[in-house]
Design a protein around this ligand. Structure first.
Ligand code: MN
Length: 320
């Protein structure tokens, strides 16, 4: 993690603080183990590592390292405050407060709980730490008993994933949902596994091969573009979409989607031409939301093409 901090230009003081927080947490959790049998410190460390890719806020990273100290060890928030100051103590206390909010109920209660969650957190950084805390707990959930797994996974699906979405971190939403899905709806998950040819990991690999081809072709045709990125649709969001399409996988065209960002509108059409030259478009699926914006103001060109290996890819072309 110190490597990451150096890379984004953090100074020696930042690194010293993070090292102090790590040492404090390690001392506080000495002798404690995760359900997996690993030393407890693995958990806060994994969270801080993950967060270092999302934020450059040093207090957030320090608080992540310390987030379970006051709950699970002999040290208190007061000790953290003495050692690390008010801001970090406030963040740790916030995470501890959120631990007490638990979801057991219905859809209606979920919305109230999400609101309460944000109110109790007071600071968006607290929510961020808690989301990654949950992500790590979900990644290691197989160590828990089946009853607890169900409760935690349902809570993740109803409370945490929507909060991640609200915070604009869709990748974490997708991961939280995909980890919960097999536990909350095992039959539906099994159905999807049986009926889907390419699973998320395979789609991700495919996406990795796709982008260089697109970039090369755009450069070759001298199209000015700002950025291209691609994503593979997560399993749970695919399942939810299927519910709206009679569970017909043939009606889903965005298992793989590529976004091309160009500097001006003219380049959108030029880029569309390049993509259609590269891969044959599917009739009826070219949508020009630039000429005809959606009622909510959405402007973009969509097209679906038969990509490499005959797989369908949705392209979205827009200006920055
Ligand atoms: Mn934790």
């Amino acid at each position: 993690m110190t490597y990451k901090i150096k890379k984004w230009g953090g100074d020696d003081e930042d690194i010293k603080l993070i090292e102090r927080a790590f040492e404090f947490a390690q001392k506080a959790h000495t002798g404690q183990k995760r359900l997996s049998g690993e030393p407890y410190i693995i958990h806060p460390l994994a969270i801080a590592e993950y967060l270092a890719d999302l934020t450059h806020d040093i207090p957030t990273l320090a608080a992540a390292l310390l987030h379970d100290v006051s709950e699970d060890t002999e040290y208190t928030i007061k000790d953290i405050q003495k050692e690390f100051g008010d801001e970090i103590a406030f963040l740790v206390e916030g995470v501890t407060k959120l631990d007490k909010i638990k979801y057991k109920g219905t859809e209606r209660a979920a919305e109230n709980l999400r609101k309460m969650f944000l109110a109790v957190a007071e600071d968006i950084r607290v929510v961020l730490i808690k989301l990654i805390d949950r992500l790590h707990n979900m990644q290691t959930i197989e160590c828990m008993g089946p009853e607890k797994q169900k409760r935690i996974a349902l809570e993740t699906l109803e409370i945490y994933a929507p909060l991640a979405y609200r915070l604009g971190i869709g990748e974490i939403k997708g991961q939280l949902e995909d980890l919960s899905f097999p536990i909350v709806s095992p039959n539906e998950y099994e159905w999807l596994t049986k009926n889907l040819k390419d699973h998320f990991e395979e789609r991700k690999k495919y996406v990795g091969k796709l982008l260089p081809i697109v970039n090369r072709e755009l450069k070759l045709e001298k199209i000015n573009y700002v950025d291209t990125h691609a994503r593979a649709k997560h399993s749970y969001s695919l399942y939810k979409k299927l519910l709206k399409f009679d569970m017909d996988l043939n009606k889903i065209f965005d298992l793989v989607a590529v976004r091309v960002i160009v500097p001006e509108i003219e380049s959108c059409y030029a880029a569309l031409g390049v993509i259609h030259k590269l891969w044959r478009p599917m009739p009826g699926l070219i949508k020009d939301y630039i000429a005809l914006p959606k009622p909510n103001g959405y402007k973009s060109i969509h097209t679906t093409v038969f990509g490499p290996e005959g797989k369908m890819i949705e392209f979205q072309i827009r200006t920055s």
